[in-house]
Write a protein that binds this ligand. Structure first.
Ligand SMILES: Cc1ncc(COP(=O)(O)O)c(C=O)c1O
Length: 385
């Protein structure tokens, strides 16, 4: 993308193989795409109707900078009711997508040269969000043997006098790992010891299968040093609303509002109305969809483990991603992805795109129905890798 007008910060970024795959699928009519982190379900009608009804009633304008007060209250009530976390409306910001919320949090808190710890592997945007904000991302390894759970004692080895904060992501994309209470306690103690800020991405809240989801905010001492990010995208299968909520100390909320006012001004009003309904009543309407995701995940993990040389945690811990160990095939993760695309017309994502600890693993998304997931496995098995 060389062009004299492009900023250095973007020219320096390497384009992951994942972004190039789309251009290689032309003419593959029987393609099965397991690369997309966007649920295939349409958002349940009652959530859409709530936005529509309120839009007709006039909710089509800019809103208060932190969001509609009743949506803020719905976040406070939801964290109390569903997760046992007590927070206050002054600690909540309604904003535009978890992606932007994380960037906003980084931009509001990171000074040039600050280092931020990020689990390896994890969602690739964290690194850009830190680096666009002038910080340096420092990857902290996680391992299959630990169920990919981020361990405070490993993170501590990467702390330097410049470390400002640590990202945690539970359940994790791409590994599906769910942090246990003791993992979170370890991270909070580490953050206290070195005076770090915790950026906690909780957007897969309800995709936790092996243990009930635990928010870091339920750990004593976390609230004063944590920015929690959550959104409509996965919990309400509504990536298009681009709606997120943040819980953080008041000063950080203030700085994020200041930044947001200059960028997007307010979160979209109609999405906020959808969000209020979803937070209040969405769990019930989402139940069948969540059950289907769980079934897809469990059955696909079992099926993958029947394929010689492939191995995945079964039953899977969380999310709608399966992080498959392909090392025994003798191929690198990128070679595996290319081979499976070219010869089986199945699109997956190389684990190394999410960090160097992802080398030798491939992410499969259960964002297509079970028949297609089974067919993808059949086709891969036939390759005899
Ligand atoms: C871990 C994680 N965080 C954040 C996001 C972005 O979420 P949103 O659609 O709310 O911006 C994603 C999207 O896939 C994700 O996997």
């Amino acid at each position: 993308m060389a062009n004299k007008f492009i900023a250095d910060r973007l020219l320096q970024e390497t384009v992951p193989l994942m972004s190039k795959l789309a251009g290689m699928t032309a003419g593959m009519d029987d393609l099965i795409d397991l690369s997309i982190g966007d649920p295939d379900f349409t958002t349940p009608a009652p959530i859409i109707e709530a936005g529509y009804k309120d839009a007709l009633a006039g909710c089509t304008h800019y809103t208060q900078h932190r969001g509609y007060p009743d949506v803020i209250q719905a976040v406070v009530d939801y964290y109390k009711r569903e997760l046992g976390v007590v927070t206050d409306e002054k600690n909540v910001l309604i904003t535009t997508s978890a992606d932007y919320a994380a960037f906003q949090a980084c931009f509001a808190t990171i000074n040039p040269g600050d280092e931020v710890l990020i689990p390896d592997p994890s969602f690739l945007c964290y690194r850009s969000q830190v680096e666009y904000s002038g910080g340096k991302s420092v990857m902290v390894p996680t391992y299959e043997e630990d169920g990919w759970r981020l361990k405070a004692e490993i993170a501590e080895k990467y702390v330097t006098p410049k470390t400002k904060g640590i990202f945690i992501s539970t359940p994790n994309n791409p590994t599906g790992a769910c942090m246990h209470k003791e993992d979170l306690e370890g991270i909070v103690r580490l953050a206290e010891k070195y005076d770090l800020l915790i950026y906690s991405d909780e957007i897969y809240t309800w995709y936790s299968y092996d243990i009930p989801f635990v928010s870091v905010l339920s750990i004593p001492g976390a609230a004063e040093r944590t920015v929690v990010i959550n959104s409509m995208s996965k919990n309400y299968v509504c990536t298009g609303a681009r709606l997120a909520w943040v819980i953080a100390p008041v000063q950080i909320i203030g700085a994020m509002v200041q930044e947001g006012m200059n960028m997007v001004y307010t979160a979209p009003s109609i999405s906020q109305r959808m969000g209020k309904f979803a937070l209040e009543q969405g769990k019930e309407v989402m139940a069948p969809i969540m059950a289907e995701f769980k079934e897809r995940m469990f059955k696909t993990a079992e099926r993958i483990n029947q394929i010689p040389h492939l191995k995945v945690q079964s039953p899977p811990p969380g999310t709608f991603y399966l992080f498959v160990n392909v090392k025994e095939t003798g191929l690198t993760d990128e070679e595996f992805v290319l081979k499976v695309l070219q010869d089986a017309h199945v699109v997956t994502v190389p684990g190394s795109n999410f960090g160097s600890c992802g080398k030798g693993y491939v992410r499969f998304c259960a964002t297509v129905g079970l028949p297609k997931l089974m067919e993808a496995c059949d086709r891969i098995e036939k390759l005899g890798l």
